[in-house]
Design a protein around this ligand. Structure first.
Ligand SMILES: Cc1cc2nc3c(=O)[nH]c(=O)nc-3n(C[C@H](O)[C@H](O)[C@H](O)COP(=O)(O)O)c2cc1C
Length: 183
């Protein structure tokens, strides 16, 4: 069975990140030919355009992981009604130098979890704007603004009963979206 490799980019560096847990729970809902690889963004320097000609080893690694993936999965927290700086930093790095972006044409899913009631809706919209500019086709529907409540995850890290049907539906559409772009 040919594996479809998904590069997972979580916009939180927090050890107990809800979004990291959501990434792990979602992966359990995917078919057996999908593998999910978490891409590190915590060791990237702050983006500085002066370095475009000699990107750091961590940046070169991230770009090559993105290029080698058949799809991307972004999980963003919402920080002050937008995406976290660490996520924007990673995207800026991988989009440069001009004309050598790692992103063009990679199908992506955008999702996020928050303790707030609107569950990352604004952050996701900002992220979609950025990805549209980078020529990343993002799954439009269903949108998933995950409100993190007790029971979102089972003890083994699976998605809890109350959210499973909805998130399974989301994953099914995401898988179809990635497959559509393999042709
Ligand atoms: C700097 C900062 C800003 C935040 N701003 C928002 C916000 O605008 N909307 C929201 O729903 N939650 C906001 N939160 C709460 C986050 O949703 C919450 O910390 C969440 O757990 C972060 O995701 P993580 O668990 O993956 O780290 C903010 C948290 C921090 C630390």
């Amino acid at each position: 069975m040919t594996q479809i490799k998904i590069g997972v980019i979580v916009g939180s560096l927090r050890k107990d990140s809800l979004n990291k847990k959501l990434a792990i729970g979602l992966a359990k809902l995917a078919p057996a030919d999908f593998t999910f690889e978490h891409l590190r963004i915590d060791d990237l320097p702050l983006y500085n355009q002066d370095d475009d000609g000699q990107q750091a080893a961590s940046v070169v690694r991230l770009k090559s992981e993105i290029v080698g993936a058949q799809g991307l999965l972004f999980l963003t927290p919402e920080y002050n009604r937008s995406i976290p700086g660490v996520l924007k930093n990673a995207i800026d790095h991988a989009s440069r130098p001009y004309g050598q972006s790692a992103f063009a044409g990679k199908p992506a899913g955008v999702i996020g979890a928050s303790v707030g009631l609107i569950g990352t809706a604004l952050a996701q919209q900002h992220l979609r704007n950025i990805l549209a500019y980078l020529d990343v086709p993002t799954l439009g529907q269903p949108e998933a603004f995950v409100h993190a409540k007790d029971g979102l995850f089972d003890a083994d890290g699976s998605i809890g009963e109350a959210s499973r049907k909805f998130l399974q539906g989301w994953m099914d559409r995401y898988v179809a979206w990635v497959r559509l772009h393999q042709a």
